[in-house]
Design a protein around this ligand. Sequence first.
Ligand SMILES: Nc1ncnc2c1ncn2[C@@H]1O[C@H](COP(=O)(O)OP(=O)(O)O)[C@@H](O)[C@H]1O
Ligand SMILES: [Mg+2]
Length: 248
Amino acid sequence: MRILAFHNLKGGVGKTAAAVNIAYLAAQAGIPTLLWDLDPQGAASWYLGDDPDVSGEKVSRLIKGKTPVGRLIHDTPYDKLDLIPAHSSFRNLDVKLAQGEGDGALKSWLDPLSEDYGLVILDCPPSLSHLAEQVLATADQVFVPTIPTWLSANSWQQLHDFMKEKKLKPAKLHPFLSLVDRRKNLHRQALDGEVFELKRKMRAYIPYASDIERMGETRQPVPVMAPRSAAAHAYRLLWQEMRRIARL
Ligand SMILES: Nc1ncnc2c1ncn2[C@@H]1O[C@H](COP(=O)(O)OP(=O)(O)O)[C@@H](O)[C@H]1O
Ligand SMILES: [Mg+2]
């Protein structure tokens, strides 16, 4: 089982949109896939037509081992794709991790899933929290959607430095350009690698596309809602490249 994460210190860069579309394409390629929505805002759950789970104190029970992670898994409308929806109690997870409860928790929750899934995708909140640290430690590869602006290039560097500082193998970070508008000079230069030094930048990129924006309305992955669109094509190329990187 491979564990892939989408992360960026910034919000609004297309992490969740990519996580949902890539999870869908992986499942479609026949890989039993689980998408875990770790962001309490629950956007990934929303995009897959699910709602954030509000029942009970899930996180404390998970940490104490009283609830097996399998109990949190929901079906989705799509074959081979399951979801752990966002849960409001995940807001407390970070506090618990900071207090030293649940060291290595994420890994221990994910391990038993390897019998049922070939791939787990983690959609993260934008931070360098304790949870993020566990995600960055546990994931085999971390994909970093990056908007071509100078500030985004800085936050990429911060993430890279954080990985180094925590001895977490920065080589597993793979940035790709997101929300790209080819009419903008800076964006074209970023695509050509003339500006922003992004180590291991992927070839695939995600253009700015209204079909991606519409996911919030249709609550469907782009390849379902607009299979022939440029956006769907871009996600397919991204998936092909991710698949090679992750050896899936
Ligand atoms: N490539 C894109 N083109 C146009 N809109 C996008 C694109 N990617 C994301 N969006 C929109 O931008 C907002 C933030 O995207 P999201 O994937 O939730 O970002 P993040 O998870 O990084 O916060 C959403 O409203 C989404 O619909
Ligand atoms: Mg998000």
